[in-house]
Design a protein around this ligand. Sequence first.
Ligand code: ADP
Ligand code: MG
Length: 668
Amino acid sequence: MNKLFSPIDILNGVGVKREKLLRKLNITTPYDLLYHIPRSYTDFSHTVQICDGVLDENNCIKTKIIRKLRTIITARTEIFKALCTDGEVSFEISIFGNKYLFETLTEGEEYYAYGKLSQYYDKFQLSISHIIPVTSQNLIQPVYPLTSGLTSAMLQTNVNECLTIAENELIDYMPLDILEKYSLCDLLTALRNVHFPISYDSLEMARKRLAFDELLMLQLGMQFIKYSNGEKTEYIMQKTDFPELFPFELTNAQKKAIKEISEDLCCDVPMNRLLQGDVGSGKTAVAAYAMYFAVKNNCQVAFMAPTEILAVQHYNTVKEFLGDKLRICLLTGALSVKEKNECKKAIEKGEYDVIIGTHALFQKSVEYKNLGLVIMDEQHRFGVAQRTALIEKGQAPHRLVMSATPIPRTLGLVLYGDLDITILDELPKNRLAIETFAVTGKLRQRAFGFIKKQLELKHQAYIVCPAIEESDDLKSVIQYCNEISQKDFRDYNVALLHGKLTAAQKDEVMTAFKNGETDILVATTVVEVGVDVPNSTIMIIENADRFGLSQLHQLRGRVGRGKDQSYCVLVTDNPSEEVRDRLKIFCKLTDGFKIAEEDLKQRGPGDFFGKEQHGLPKLKIADIASDMELVNITQTVAKDILTADKTLEKHHALKIEVMRMTSKMKNG
Ligand code: ADP
Ligand code: MG
């Protein structure tokens, strides 16, 4: 039998073979193997007679092996067979490819056999995935996430070895009073029971302790980063008077945000602030004031957006309102090499105050003269590495990150515990709520008629189609666009925007739409984030059931940005009651935070952030949605611990564990 490593290897951390196998599991140390948590469990405690078994499903049968049969050798594998009985009926078991397992079975002995049941005429067959002696103590057996070349049995053996060593080596870093207060079991018991539970109760105890630890480490980690790294910035700014930068009056929320930010900028600790606000709450204006403030204090500002379209849009806005006061440039991948080089040179010499762009802003070749403030729009779209790369372009610059993804408060603390948070909880005055309807495809023509009415009023429209940019979806979006532009909207200008266009093409399409040259923009979700065309007043979302509520909210936020009443029509042919209810709820809700809560409840946090969005910590055991109570408790515990022991000096073992776990989450 293959071993992942010998106990000696675990202790001294050497062994080429072990490394190879740990790499297969994508883990780095043997200790982590204990945290390679089972995906599910096989329950041997409920057995059935073979005649009562469910065909084509997994069943657990108490089985006596009568006689081992001849091995069948096929081109692909070996099939090991034995004749068995459940006490009443005889049947055959087969084990695929696992000679080792087969050899452990003894004729005349009794086992719990677990596997898929099939019937051939009147003969039953059980194709074994798991088999244990009836004398086994563990009737709940772990099923591990595996990669090729590894079997559950190999993992079990090695986990068991690790546990034996852990008995002597493992330190429970959790203070006793916390264990007592929250009725948690000790760490070794938890680890042992999560791998080899003796009962469902013990499994639940184990899971609770490990989930508690995971959430606590996450929160401690972030609080710790926030308070104890002692980072100082050399960009300590002085108060300056603000001129009126925009033709509208700022909302109170905006004013408050600007005040908080400018106070941060006057400190010697770099600002680390999240500006969160619903779509259309005017985050860009706040960012503009922050820029102005920093530049007046002789700093350069880098303003990073996740997409080319957004970078250009921000550039145009900032240029329009601040162009006569600040020197502003745009640096994106779409520039020619020559333009880029010129731009970079000027940035290095300090000839630009505000540099707006995409990922191009943190390329190696870009050097800043005195980067004092870094602003990131829609920050959840950037990974930690990308954020860090930009920040490292300056000497501990101030950071402002902005997000339009409203996040339920609890979740916000988990995700952004290392940030100070400002919330823009107010929309500019005179904003009208977007009237939203959900309809079936039968009413599509009426929706189109509705679009035409808006177009006659010289407004513009979006039609959003969900598309995975790599697939047939995209083809059907292109076809959809061709069809409506030749049929329904023959007399109008229809354009198509999708993720597979080059940056320059996207830019061209967007610019034409912004300038009012295009009446209808058919688009995939590339319009989701931040695009601002106040003249567009209607959006139709096709296959709306394929989006999460928060994403729908983001999409819908593309309309209702001007003074006119706007509309959003959700089209779905999905007959599911549940889907319809979900969309109906959405039609009634306007507040992004409420929608986020609803979304979290319905679809859990993973979905909530969408596939391509980064920033959610990879949790192995805890589940933020269903462990909300633990999230709350651990928040309190983390705060209590840090209040008493700011640098965790008195909790040395705990501190080491915090470091280990947080580095895992970040890399994960
Ligand atoms: P978001 O927070 O979604 O990024 P934007 O910054 O794009 O929002 O602002 C949305 C629109 O609202 C823009 O057209 C902007 O000019 C306008 N706007 C921002 N603040 C105000 C305000 N206080 N009063 C009126 N309009 C505003
Ligand atoms: Mg925005």
